[in-house]
Design a protein around this ligand. Structure first.
Ligand SMILES: Nc1ncnc2c1ncn2[C@@H]1O[C@H](COP(=O)(O)OP(=O)(O)OP(=O)(O)O)[C@@H](O)[C@H]1O
Length: 241
């Protein structure tokens, strides 16, 4: 397994009209070595920002983040080769007109030989039942089909670490189960944010993010319990009055 290390990592951004920077994450120190790591927490708590730190999509403004020793700022290329990132919104990621072309583009660096690349593309699409849709415009696919395609495209290059930002939001029951089984069968280390607490319960370790901090870090059942009580407290504290 890979080792992802965050040392006193924080992210702050300047926001128009605010005198001080907005703090999105603060003082995060973690050593991520488990196979299956979940990230849960309320809307806007900082989950996506935390995931984006892991492959250098967001640079820490405090502290450091490394993947197997490679710094996500100084050595972003080495980090990106190891860490595949699947966005919540597949259209942020799919850049080619069709699924087949998108997967082939993903493979262009790692598989030089044309026939081998085409075969690998077919296998990657077939894994998610996407072959019948391979040559259709990505804009004609349903949201769930696009979400599976984005995952297929990232998985095709077999990254050592797979970071998934809410991968099941658009999926129906059948495809959610397909995703669940596929994730269970992967050899990759997985770091996944989700609002789907059943998916979170499949993880070996779960981080609960609250207002930019790690509020809980431990086993899945206890982490989900902690998150539920945080949410209940926030409701009874009248946050929405
Ligand atoms: N570039 C940015 N500039 C200003 N604020 C930002 C920026 N990126 C994120 N934020 C804010 O940081 C906070 C955390 O956002 P983030 O997307 O990490 O939350 P999240 O936990 O993934 O939320 P959700 O569950 O709704 O997807 C939010 O309040 C968001 O508006």
């Amino acid at each position: 397994m890979s080792t992802i290390s965050l040392r006193n990592a924080g992210v702050s951004v300047a926001v128009d009209g605010r005198p001080d920077p907005k703090v999105l994450l603060q003082d995060i120190s973690l050593e991520l070595t488990e196979e299956r790591i979940g990230v849960i927490g309320a809307n806007g708590s900082g989950k996506s920002t935390l995931l984006r730190l892991l492959n250098g999509l967001v640079a820490p403004t405090e502290g450091t983040v490394t993947v197997n020793g490679a710094d996500t700022v100084r050595n972003v290329r080495a980090v990106r080769q190891q860490v595949g990132f699947v966005f919540t919104d597949p259209l942020s990621q799919l850049v080619m007109p069709t699924g087949r072309e998108d997967v082939e583009l993903s493979l262009r660096r790692s598989v030089r030989h044309g026939k081998e690349r085409r075969d690998k593309t077919t296998a990657a699409l077939d894994r998610f039942g996407l072959l019948p849709l391979a040559d259709q415009s990505i804009y004609e696919l349903s949201g769930g089909e696009r979400q599976l395609l984005a995952l297929a495209s990232v998985l095709a290059v077999e990254p050592g670490v797979l970071v998934l930002d809410e991968p099941s939001t658009l999926l129906d029951l059948r495809n959610r189960e397909l995703l669940r089984r596929t994730l269970a069968g992967l050899s990759q280390q997985i770091v996944m944010s989700t609002h789907d607490l059943e998916l979170a319960l499949d993880m070996d370790r779960v981080l609960v993010v609250d207002s930019g901090r790690i509020a809980y870090d431990g086993g899945a059942a206890a982490a989900v319990g902690h998150y539920r009580s945080l949410s209940a407290r926030s409701l009874s504290g009248g946050d929405f009055r």
